[in-house]
Design a protein around this ligand. Structure first.
Ligand SMILES: [Zn+2]
Length: 370
């Protein structure tokens, strides 16, 4: 007898799918299973079963005053099983964040900001003395199951006069730790996007990839800058990181039409852009991507397998035996809704993506009034 049997579900392509779960792990996945279970969740062929959604750019250290939220406000109630906090904390306060985060029901991981206190102020990399390399190595050793990468925010408001120097230091730190993911935030120059991308390598994650700023991926004629194509082809991973200021429908549409595809869809959510928009949640960000022409089949890997691979979450992101029993079950329903990007651009959707159950570690949480 298994703990949980999810029956009569469907995949994004409409195929029948059933899943068995025991002790927090997936034990079987097939079109039809024959199992007895302590608990049965019958989806009546109405709902899509996905590997648990991973939002790889969020801010959820509650003790901050700039960008903060509670993991269980942006995770489970939003259909998100796993969040990766993108550098809210640095080596000095990530331990405290860990103590808080482990009480959450939502899975929480973190990228350690290269600045020692993280984003306590907007210009955390304006003073290079705040980059304490030895403290970062210590934190990585102390919290190996919590810290999944490092974060450097490379925009004028953050780095002050330091241009690309913080990124050079981040690359040095990364090289001393095998396979350590590095997420780089982009925004206004300096540093220019050109200089930033020149330092990035295959597997590094570029977040806020479709921002509408002058220092973004489009040139003055609205075409993708050649060095951006070069970076994309070198294997730099493009991450949405929607945020309050960093997602522009027009830029994203140009990229879609040109075939420059992001690897991961994330929100850059924190309490303010969750409560009053334009972000709201990951499902809304996915609805925005749908209006650009991405299919659900194309989008699901961007919130499951791709972020799991980018951040080496070996037992997450797939519906397969021995993987963690994290799942997002959602309905796709007809309904009109206006969607707004970070620059006031709007789109209309006729299709709503509504999570109805979030399953974390085999535990079922009904969401969305279900
Ligand atoms: Zn962010």
């Amino acid at each position: 007898m298994v703990d949980l049997y999810i029956k009569n579900g469907k995949s994004v392509t409409g195929k029948s799918i059933e899943v068995a779960i025991e002790a927090g792990k997936i034990t079987a996945v097939a079109e039809k299973l024959s199992v007895t279970a302590k608990k049965v969740l019958d989806l009546k062929h109405q709902s899509v079963v996905s590997a648990g959604w991973i939002d790889d750019h969020v801010h959820c250290y509650e003790k901050m005053t700039l960008y903060y939220d509670s993991p269980d406000a942006i995770g489970i109630p939003k259909g998100v099983t796993t969040v990766i906090d993108a550098g809210t904390t640095g080596a000095e306060n990530i331990g405290d964040f860990y103590q808080l985060a482990k009480k959450s029901k939502t899975n929480v991981y973190a990228l350690v900001n290269i600045s020692k206190w993280g984003i306590v102020e907007q210009d955390e990399l304006a003073d290079l003395k705040k980059i304490k390399e030895e403290l970062i190595h210590e934190a990585l050793q102390q919290y190996p199951d919590f810290i999944v990468g490092i974060k450097a925010r490379m925009s004028k408001t953050v780095v002050g006069e330091n241009d690309v120097v913080p990124l050079e230091l981040a690359k040095n730190i990364q090289k001393k730790n095998e396979n350590l993911p590095l997420m780089v935030h982009i925004g206004s120059a300096p540093p220019t996007l050109d200089e930033t991308l020149a330092l990035m390598e295959k597997g590094d994650i570029l977040t806020h990839c479709f921002n509408g700023k002058e220092n973004g991926i489009l040139d003055s004629e609205g075409r993708i800058k050649p060095f951006v194509w070069d970076a994309y082809r070198r294997g730099i991973l493009f991450d949405i990181g929607h945020g309050t200021d960093s997602f522009n429908f027009h830029v994203a549409q140009v990229a879609k039409e040109a075939g420059l595809t992001p690897q991961t869809v994330s929100t850059d959510i924190y309490h303010r852009n969750r409560e009053t928009g334009p972000v709201y949640d990951l499902a809304t960000t996915l609805e925005k991507m749908r209006t650009l022409g991405y299919t659900l089949e194309e989008l699901m890997p961007m919130v499951t397998t791709n972020p799991a691979r980018a951040f080496h979450l070996a037992t997450k992101g797939e519906l397969k035996p021995d993987f963690d029993a994290d799942m997002t079950i959602f309905n796709v329903v007809a309904g009109e809704k206006g969607l707004t990007d970070s620059n006031g651009g709007t789109r209309k959707t006729n299709e709503l993506i509504q999570p109805i159950y979030t399953i974390v570690n085999g535990e079922v949480y009904p969401v969305g009034g279900n």
